[in-house]
Design a protein around this ligand. Structure first.
Ligand code: SF4
Length: 214
């Protein structure tokens, strides 16, 4: 795909959604960190359902530690892998208090040093809580980047590198959210909905999905 098409894709997504953001509900960087940790292999909707009860009960490292692993697990038990996630949340809170005065650090290295925090989670927190132009590649973005030809790559790291290389700087901050939302609601995994896709004329995927028969 050439640079003109790439720019046009971002301009189109931007014109329809000038200020995209995460669908995870959060009020502080710490809440976002916990929500993103809980969202691994789970939907944002299921995470929001759990955190709407968890955060009013405890939304700081100190408060979550006071709550304890068992009760945290109870709040999040509707989310997949909840026992491991509860353990990681508690271990993360311990490190935040011991090493960072209870404050979420703003560097990739420090974030990736927290239990249950991988590159993708660190990228989301750096981008969404701290305004850094990182692009976290999840399953949706991986699919959209490859199908469209926007930034092909054989694994998520290769796609992240390609997106960083090919995304014009003015679109870097929001690229993650535009692409994730596009993958979640239009360029779906099993059947991309090409017939109502706003970037269809620019996308290089073939064959495009025809509209469903009435
Ligand atoms: S045209 Fe189809 S394959 Fe291309 S981005 Fe849109 S939904 Fe995805």
């Amino acid at each position: 795909m050439n640079a003109t098409k790439r720019r046009a894709i971002y301009e189109t997504l931007q014109s329809l959604n000038p200020h995209p953001t995460t669908e995870l509900e959060y009020a502080t960087p710490f809440e976002l960190l916990i929500a993103v940790m809980l969202s691994a292999q789970a939907t944002d909707v299921s995470v929001n359902k759990a955190t709407r009860k968890l955060f009013p009960a405890a939304n700081t490292p100190k408060a979550l530690l006071a709550l304890g692993e068992e009760r945290v697990a109870d709040y999040i038990k509707t989310i997949g892998l909840y026992r491991t996630k509860a353990k990681n949340v508690i271990a993360t809170c311990e490190i935040l208090l011991a090493q960072y005065e209870g404050v979420v650090p703003q560097t990739r290295e420090a974030l990736e040093g927290l239990p249950g925090v991988g590159r993708k989670t660190a990228n989301v927190v750096l981008n969404t809580a701290f305004g850094q132009p990182t692009i976290a590649v999840d399953t949706h973005i991986f699919r959209v980047a490859n199908r469209t030809g926007l930034a092909p790559g054989k694994d998520v790291r290769a796609v992240e590198t390609a997106l960083e290389k090919f995304t014009p700087s003015e679109f870097r901050q929001d690229a993650h959210h535009w692409l994730i939302l596009h993958g979640r609601y239009v360029c779906k995994a099993r059947r991309p909905e090409c017939w109502h896709c706003v970037i269809e004329p620019l996308c290089e995927f073939k064959p495009k999905t025809p509209p469903p028969e009435l």
